[in-house]
Design a protein around this ligand. Structure first.
Ligand SMILES: NC(=O)c1ccc[n+]([C@@H]2O[C@H](COP(=O)([O-])OP(=O)(O)OC[C@H]3O[C@@H](n4cnc5c(N)ncnc54)[C@H](OP(=O)(O)O)[C@@H]3O)[C@@H](O)[C@H]2O)c1
Length: 179
């Protein structure tokens, strides 16, 4: 069975996933009523997390490793992981297509793809199957974009749209490549 590649990400109304310096201070950390915005359901559908180095470095600042799935960090650099992460994180230098082939070889069922540049690279190769995008009701003016230039349009099919009392709007799309 092919490995499904899914994105689950929060974005400002003006389309940014972080400030220019990588800050995500504008992103609410939780909700008072325990609403998880579909995160647990989403996580139950994936068995690996693939993220870009910048996202990985941000996660390291959270204080405590938040994932119970194997994480693959993409980088072109020779990085040494701290000993407490060597079991949990693997560093790979592969193109999106090579990475997906490797994950299929390993029998991965579902990948959670994270990081703006990383998502854009996979999208450009037509390798993203599904995207859950939660829009946070804020404008931050400038920052790191979720989406970037494309060689050709990618048609999306809206699977689900829902809004939450706190103003979050979540849309789930299937990409045309996976239809
Ligand atoms: N709003 C949200 O929900 C959300 C979610 C995730 C992240 N973020 C934020 O977004 C920021 C990070 O996003 P970002 O757009 O800067 O990018 P990113 O995708 O996290 O990291 C980009 C880096 O990943 C490496 N990379 C990606 N694909 C590669 C490949 N195929 N082969 C080798 N290396 C590859 C490269 O690192 P090298 O330079 O090492 O080669 C590249 O510079 C952070 O501030 C994070 O907090 C926000």
């Amino acid at each position: 069975m092919p490995t499904k590649v899914s994105v689950y990400i929060a974005v400002s109304v003006d389309g940014f996933i972080a400030r220019k310096n990588g800050d995500i201070d504008w992103l609410p950390t939780g909700s008072e009523d325990g609403e998880d915005f579909g995160y647990a359901d989403f996580m139950s559908s994936i068995d690996h997390i693939v993220m870009g180095r910048n996202t990985f470095e941000k996660v390291l600042t959270f204080g405590g490793w938040p994932y119970d799935r194997k994480v693959i960090m993409l980088t072109s650099r020779d990085l040494t992981l701290s000993p407490n992460l060597t079991e949990k994180v693997e560093t790979l230098r592969l193109s999106p297509r090579e990475l997906l082939q490797e994950m299929e070889r390993r029998g991965a069922k579902g990948i959670y793809l994270d990081g703006g540049v990383t998502i854009q690279r996979f999208l450009r190769e037509g390798l993203v199957d599904e995207m859950t995008i939660t829009t946070i009701p804020i404008l931050i003016g400038e920052g790191l974009p979720l989406f970037g230039a494309l060689e050709k349009d990618i048609k999306l099919e809206l699977i689900e749209a829902r809004s939450f009392p706190n103003g979050f709007v979540q849309k789930k799309y299937r990409t045309a490549t996976s239809q």
